[in-house]
Design a protein around this ligand. Structure first.
Ligand SMILES: [Zn+2]
Ligand SMILES: [Zn+2]
Length: 255
């Protein structure tokens, strides 16, 4: 991928300075460490140290207009993957590449339950929406629901936490008219066809009037094959939603 397609985080926009003696004392008593490399992070810069933060690869404009993955110089507006496929969602966008160190952050958030990472990940998404207003011209936000058994196991739904954070930032409602009815296998290690099969009829609509005629933004943590958000978008459209777009924190690049 071309270097020009990757932006660096302007971390001044979300990293705040210590404002009081009290915060200074807290930092002395409970020093904070970078979630990725473990280095001490001074000046209230949790969760990432400066050198890890600078390695987060934000996506620029040279992306597929359908799935939002970065394009290389040989591709036009649509990536080779989307050229042979049709999706239920109008478009998907991601803030950054699903690579080190963002990958470790999302893992820590999702699987180690470090929910103090929420402001960091949520602010990345808010900044993206600030720069891309078309994505926030919607009637509401929908999180990817977790199945009851997975929710019990994890204790929280990372997608819902992100959805609430984003919704609050732009004063949008979180619509909860859809539920996950099928306890799907983990997607990791499955082929694209298997992923699609795994997710078939995974969601069901419980409150259709919340979704009818609505333009919706699905918010999730990672876009990999797109099979999960595709299945959810299809369910929403079937329930009468007008249009569905997707925003995720990170996306894998095309292999
Ligand atoms: Zn670090
Ligand atoms: Zn694409």
């Amino acid at each position: 991928m071309e270097e020009s397609n990757i932006k660096r985080i302007d971390f001044v926009t979300w990293r705040h300075r210590k404002s009081s003696l009290w915060e200074g004392l807290l930092d002395f008593l409970f020093p904070q460490h970078c979630v990725v490399c473990g280095h001490y992070v001074p000046e209230g810069g949790f969760p990432l140290c400066n050198s890890c933060l600078e390695r987060v690869k934000l996506l620029g404009d040279s992306i597929c207009s359908v799935c939002g993955r970065p394009l290389d110089s040989t591709q036009s507006r649509i990536c080779r993957y989307c050229r042979h496929k049709s999706f239920s969602f109008a478009c998907a966008r991601s803030v950054a590449l699903y690579e080190t160190p963002l990958k470790e952050c999302i893992h820590a958030f999702k699987y180690r339950g470090i929910t103090t990472l929420l402001p960091f990940l949520g602010n990345l998404m808010l900044e993206y929406l600030e720069r891309n207003p078309f994505l926030r011209k919607v009637d509401g936000i929908v999180a990817v629901p977790l199945h009851r058994s997975r929710l019990r196991e994890r204790g929280f739904n990372q997608s819902l936490l992100l959805a609430r954070y984003v919704a609050e930032g732009f004063n949008l409602p979180v619509l909860s008219g859809v539920r996950r009815v099928k306890s799907t296998l983990p997607q990791v290690g499955l082929s694209h066809k298997e992923r699609e099969k795994n997710l078939k009829n995974a969601f069901c609509v419980v409150r259709p009037h919340d979704l009818v005629d609505k333009e919706i933004l699905i918010v999730d943590d990672v876009f990999t094959s797109g099979a999960t958000v595709e299945s959810l978008a299809r369910t929403l459209l079937k329930a009468g939603s007008k249009r569905v777009m997707v925003l995720t924190c990170a996306t894998s690049s095309l292999t």
